[in-house]
Ligand binder design. Structure first.
Ligand SMILES: NC(=O)c1ccc[n+]([C@@H]2O[C@H](COP(=O)([O-])OP(=O)(O)OC[C@H]3O[C@@H](n4cnc5c(N)ncnc54)[C@H](OP(=O)(O)O)[C@@H]3O)[C@@H](O)[C@H]2O)c1
Length: 239
């Protein structure tokens, strides 16, 4: 397999593990990164790194043009880029809410819509959206994040219906707590409290999320669409 794969936010954390998995399987992989420089290991793997802030439609358009130019139309899109701005509702500003939705939900809309053009033409495509167990269970202090991540399920399921006859699948992966920069901000106490709720009694490694994404993009998953796959150590018990 040597498909054109695009992973947003592929410069670190879960996105980096996903990009690595596709590249090691022989796909032509491109990642977007918003800040800093992409890690050297991606260059060694032949991964194309394109600067793009998914809150800016013009940057999304430019990124796709560069990827299409070098790798051809995107056949597998993993919409992974996301942010948190945690705080209790009474302290949450409209900007805290809107910016999280603009990145996690509307940013996903921007990259999916642009990918759809090439997928329709090719009459095939795989789209995987990275949501969160928090979108399904809720979490105090994360109402903005949970709302944005829950919305991805309705978005994916609507598109699964709209575009299933065009041989494009839309699935959601809902990770639990994963060892990345996003969870490094938690205190040891918060971490212990989370782990106490997880049947498998540990955090996930980014590679464990990547494995589910690779499966959903594989031929073995050709008949799966509109699904939400939890990779959460049992935290959500299938939700
Ligand atoms: N870690 C967890 O426990 C966990 C659990 C469930 C779901 N998730 C989800 O998994 C995804 C990846 O999380 P992670 O833990 O790997 O997070 P991370 O280490 O904080 O990485 C987030 C990635 O998203 C990118 N990004 C953020 N805003 C962006 C924007 N406006 N435009 C383009 N890229 C942007 C970041 O780019 P920069 O490097 O430029 O900031 C970075 O590459 C997120 O959607 C997150 O919500 C994470």
């Amino acid at each position: 397999m040597s498909r054109s794969v695009l992973v947003t936010g592929g410069n670190r954390g879960i996105g980096l593990a996903i990009a690595r998995a596709f590249a090691e399987a022989g796909d032509k992989v491109a990642i977007t990164y918003r800040s800093g420089e992409p890690p050297q290991e991606l260059t060694a793997l032949g991964v194309l790194a394109v600067r793009c802030d998914i809150t800016d439609s013009e940057q999304v358009e430019q990124a796709y043009k560069e990827v299409e130019d070098k790798h051809g139309a995107v056949e597998v899109l993993v919409a992974n880029a996301g942010i948190t701005k945690d705080t209790l509702l009474m302290r949450m500003s409209e900007e805290d809410f809107a910016s999280v939705v603009d990145t996690n939900l509307t940013g996903t809309f921007r990259v999916v819509k642009r990918a759809n053009r090439g997928m329709l033409r090719a009459k095939k495509g795989r789209v995987v959206l990275i949501s969160s167990v928090v979108g399904l269970l809720g979490a105090g202090g994360q109402s903005n994040y949970a709302a944005s991540k829950a919305a991805l399920v309705g978005f994916a399921r609507s598109l699964a219906r709209e575009l299933g006859s065009r041989n494009i699948t839309f699935n959601v992966v809902a990770p639990g707590f994963v060892d990345t920069d996003m969870t490094k901000v938690l205190t040891d106490e918060q971490r212990a409290a989370i782990v106490a709720q997880v049947p498998l009694a540990r955090y996930a490694q980014p590679e464990e999320i990547a494995a589910a994404v690779s499966f959903l993009a594989s031929d073995d998953a050709a008949y799966i669409t509109g699904a939400v796959i939890p990779v959460d150590g049992g935290l959500g018990m299938g939700h």
